[in-house]
Design a protein around this ligand. Structure first.
Ligand code: UD1
Length: 432
């Protein structure tokens, strides 16, 4: 079976280039639906989620081809004049981000059928905010046989107040609003840098958007858009992964292209733990001695500490000096990987959406299982501070969001290998 094989590692040294942001790339791929013609999207890593999104686009009409590797990877997407606005179950259920095709499909075709989306295995992920927003914009929905079907004459600009600053709901409404008649206002919009990046792509296509990256976004609809040539921002969650690697194993590593301004709150928390980051012209220089202090952390919507960082934070705290409380405020039940860390000797108890972590000096290598993208990567890192060998199965989850994680960790001195099938997104499955 394909898995990561990890041995005690550190100190780390050298440099690693941070690839394009998964949660930006996937939305930019969906945005291509808004304009016929040939789009080019740069900084696209070779990860399974990109492959699945390309397959989903193919089912809708556009043909995407991926070229190059790492931060030199890019996509060419040919979008035909007519699109087929039916998103099939077998693709939608594999990837949460698939819901973001709904807005572009409604905007382009006036109707769309999409099955209820899948995603990582951390609690229910409803889409009521997406549907409520589109209803405000004039769409009528019916639900049958696990599908949601929406229909409208033309999307109408509207004031949309989100109950929670949902990232994908903001993306979805933002994209739909670009071709709606009149002005759309999104209040309590998500402020993630990836939302601003998507807005940059849409603006380059001719969309009229103000306020993206703030909680108040205004979009004045236009009649048509042009194909895009856009380069996506670097992935702040991948940056956090490598920062955690340095924190755990110690050393000094340059994270090329990493953007400190996209992760201020996490960097403050990491500094308090003993992981130091200095931005420079090339990216972010991270250093740590391997000795970590405990701090309490709560996840919150951006600009708070992102829920996606939490497995790395918990892993760092598992070997930090002292006791810490980590609270999850975005998704229910996102602590499944804690059982796996416990099998490695971590002293963690969970109660509802809180985890109490009593640091131990080192972990103990064991066979463990990845349950989602980030949890899987965190278990790989945990193996670097564990005595003996750690084998992380479920590596297909990790491939959903990382290109060649083992090779890139090895390049900075970590003892991380892949056994079984080659590390490649091709053919890798995800349970969505
Ligand atoms: C996005 C990211 C994911 C990240 C998350 C939070 C993508 C593809 N994924 O997910 O990596 O962990 O933001 O930063 O960009 N909710 C509702 N109704 C809705 C929509 C959401 O109740 O219609 C709730 C969710 O259950 C959750 C919270 O809102 O409790 C936040 O979810 P949301 O921001 O929408 O997360 P995603 O956009 O799915």
């Amino acid at each position: 079976m394909d898995r990561f094989v990890v041995g005690p590692s550190g100190p780390l040294s050298g440099s690693v280039t941070i690839n394009g942001a998964k949660n930006s790339v996937l939305k930019c791929m969906a945005a291509s639906l808004l304009a016929p013609g040939r789009h080019r999207i740069g900084n696209v890593p070779a990860i399974t989620d990109v492959t699945i999104m390309a397959d989903l686009l193919a089912a809708l009409g556009p043909v995407a081809s991926h070229h190059g590797k790492g931060s030199d990877g890019w996509l060419e997407i040919d979008v035909p004049d007519g699109i087929q606005p039916i998103a099939p179950y077998e693709l939608v259920e594999r990837i949460r981000a698939s819901i973001v095709v709904l807005g572009p499909l409604l905007a382009r075709a006036g109707h769309a059928v999409i099955s209820l989306p899948g995603g990582d295995d951390f609690g229910g992920r409803p889409i009521d905010m997406h549907l409520g927003a589109f209803e405000k914009m004039g769409v009528e929905f019916t639900t049958e046989h696990g599908n949601v079907a929406g229909r409208c004459d033309r999307l109408m600009g509207a004031k949309v107040v989100l109950e929670f600053p949902s990232h994908t709901a903001t993306d979805n409404v933002l994209m739909a609003a670009t071709l709606a008649k009149g002005t759309t206002v999104i209040e309590n919009a998500a402020r993630e840098p990836e939302v601003a990046d998507l807005a940059d792509m849409l603006t380059s296509m001719g969309a009229r958007i103000e306020g993206a990256g703030t909680s108040h976004i205004e979009v004045e609809g236009v009649d048509s858009l042009e194909p895009a040539d856009h380069r996506c921002i670097p992935d702040r969650v991948e940056t956090a992964t490598f920062l955690a690697a340095v924190g755990l194993a110690g050393g000094e590593v340059l994270l090329r292209d990493a953007r400190a301004e996209h992760m201020d709150m996490l960097l403050q928390k990491l500094a308090a733990m003993g992981v130091h980051c200095v931005p420079n012209a090339d990216g972010l220089l991270a250093s740590a001695t391997g000795h970590l202090e405990s701090v309490d952390v709560s996840t919150l919507p951006y600009p708070g500490v992102a829920t996606d960082y939490k497995p790395f934070v918990v892993t760092l705290l598992a070997v930090a000096d002292g006791v810490a409380v980590v609270s999850e405020n975005v998704f229910a039940g996102r602590f499944r990987y804690v059982d796996e860390l416990r099998r490695m000797g971590a002293r963690i108890t969970t109660e509802g959406h809180h985890a109490v972590i009593r640091g131990v000096p080192r972990l103990s290598g064991a066979p463990v299982k990845a349950t989602d993208i980030r949890a899987g990567a965190a278990l790989v890192l945990a193996g670097m501070v564990a005595d003996g060998t750690t084998e992380v199965s479920g590596s297909d989850h990790v491939d959903r969001g990382y290109e060649d994680l083992a090779g890139r960790l090895r390049a900075i001195g970590a003892d991380v290998d892949r056994s079984g099938a080659a590390e490649s997104p091709a053919g890798a499955a995800s349970d969505g």
